[in-house]
Write a protein that binds this ligand. Structure first.
Ligand SMILES: [Zn+2]
Length: 498
């Protein structure tokens, strides 16, 4: 069992000492150890071995389930045996992102830490505070001899960041508790009581044959760039532009006014990102080239005026390009344009009773020609399974009217808020007592493991909270040191009170 023994150069042991002087020292000590164990998603063996050894060395019941989640149970402290059993949950894996010029092997190298202005950061890589702080907090609870709490089950899931395999693989009998505290959110003073589920919607238009470019046509690359994009769930309420929508609205006008024809198209790259850029190769009669340029310049000015204060650098450009090998047949081209223009994109509905929170949204993430065919890829999200189905149905109907085939994949459940939960009452009251103010109670419009765990094991009372973490999943990731102490104090008071 030597996984967790690493050669630690001097500068790291200084950092270890520095971290162990922070409060709470047990939590920071464990977090330091976690930064020394490689744990990128998909490579869980070292951290699983480390956690097994950790639980066993405390003499606590420790098991690895069939998918590789680690569960460590700790009995109630004397006098607290009748308290509600609590599942403390965090994920073991971290997102391996580094700056491109850096030599760092996430499967071997420890994370290099530094402290700056009250924040703990990594040098040139992700830090793994997402969700290492949560893991370290659960470890500190398991190891503590001076806390008061009911029965604890610490559930450490695997591979959250790449598909939530650990949560999906959980069996109802693996954990006994039906009250769960997830420690994988990143805003202090906020309790998350619901999350969105998601589903991929895949649309395809098949094209029997491209048609030749008319002899009097010239070809151009139309590019729409400079949008902010962002996370397709968390940023969907910001009203930012979708490059596919913007470019297809333009194409529709250009087809109608100047006889523009579409050859190829590429917009968006990731299903969970709002598309920032889109490119179309088009042709048009050479007599209309001047009109095209004038219209595009005016469209760009209109977009920038329309999005003032939201987007600040929308660019639409026209450049001559090589003649394409062929064009989409006109009826297919028109169907594709109509489908993109008509289909729902963005927020569909906010949460009943929580006016500011998005409940249901779609992101038309990718539109592209692929060979002769055209495909769309959406990510549809909702906290409500019913609304998620209705949204998929809307997209399906719109695209079916245009003659496309529609399928879904990768569906995962959301978590509808239970505003009457006992856990929520306790956590709101403890927060008010400790910090003199109520926490805000929110729903996150993205996937959390909570939705999947509930689907896997049955109805649970759940809440997600955490310290202040900024820029997770990027080399700028950082955790605010002082917020970790408040997070810990909050956690231990909740465990005592529940
Ligand atoms: Zn996370």
């Amino acid at each position: 069992m030597g996984w967790y023994i690493f050669f630690i150069p001097l500068s790291y042991s200084i950092m270890k000492q520095t971290l162990s002087q922070l409060k709470p020292s047990a939590l920071w000590g464990y977090f330091y150890e976690l930064t020394q164990v490689p744990r990128p998603s998909g490579h869980m063996a070292p951290i699983q071995a480390f956690m097994m050894h950790f639980g066993q060395s405390l003499g606590l019941p420790t098991l690895k389930d069939a998918v590789g989640n680690i569960i460590i149970s700790k009995p109630a402290t004397p006098g607290f045996e009748a308290k509600t059993p609590v599942v403390l949950q965090a994920h073991l894996d971290m997102v391996p992102q580094k700056n491109s010029h850096v030599d760092h092997d996430f499967e071997k190298d420890p994370i290099r830490l530094r402290i700056e202005d009250g924040w703990l950061k990594a040098t040139e890589t992700t830090l793994g505070a997402d969700n290492g702080i949560g893991v370290a907090a659960a470890m500190a609870v398991l190891a503590a001899t001076d806390l008061e709490h009911g029965p604890i089950e610490a559930l450490f899931t695997i591979d959250e960041e790449t598909g939530m395999d650990g949560a999906f693989g959980l069996k109802p009998e693996t954990i006994k508790g039906r009250t769960l505290i997830n420690m994988d959110s990143e805003d202090e003073g906020e309790l998350f009581v619901g999350c969105a589920g998601g589903v991929n919607v895949n649309v395809s238009f098949s094209c029997p044959q491209l048609v030749p470019v008319p002899s009097d046509h010239k070809s151009f690359l139309l590019a729409l760039t400079g949008l902010k994009g962002g996370h397709s769930g968390m940023d969907i309420n910001l009203g930012r532009g979708n490059a596919n929508k913007m470019l297809f609205h333009l194409l529709k006008s250009l087809v109608g006014k100047y006889g523009v024809r579409l050859a190829t198209y590429q917009g968006g790259t990731l299903r969970n990102a709002i598309p920032r850029e889109a490119f179309a190769v088009v042709t048009l009669p050479s007599t209309k080239v001047k009109d095209l340029n004038t219209y595009v310049a005016a469209y760009m000015a209109d977009l920038n005026a329309l999005y003032a204060g939201i987007e600040d650098a929308i660019k639409v450009s026209v450049e001559p390009t090589d003649l394409p090998v062929g064009l989409l047949p006109e009826p297919l081209q028109d169907d594709v344009i109509n489908a993109v223009v008509a289909v729902h994109d963005g927020v569909l509905r906010n949460m009943p009773g929580m006016a500011e929170m998005v409940e249901t949204s779609s992101n038309l993430a990718i539109v592209k020609t692929e060979g002769k065919d055209v495909i769309f890829q959406f990510l549809a999200r909702s906290s409500s399974a019913f609304m998620k189905d209705q949204l998929v149905s809307m997209i399906q109907s719109t695209c079916a009217l245009a003659g496309a085939k529609v399928s879904t994949s990768g569906t995962y459940p959301g978590w509808m808020p239970d505003l009457k939960s006992h856990l929520m009452d306790v956590m709101v009251n403890v927060h008010s007592d400790l910090f003199g103010k109520k926490p805000s109670v929110n729903v996150i419009h993205a996937g959390l493991e909570c939705g999947i765990i509930q689907e896997a094991v049955g109805k649970m009372e759940m809440i997600s909270f955490g310290p202040i973490i900024r820029h997770p999943h990027s080399p700028d990731e950082k955790v605010e040191i002082a917020s970790v102490e408040r997070f810990w104090n909050y956690l231990i008071h909740v465990l005592k009170a529940i």
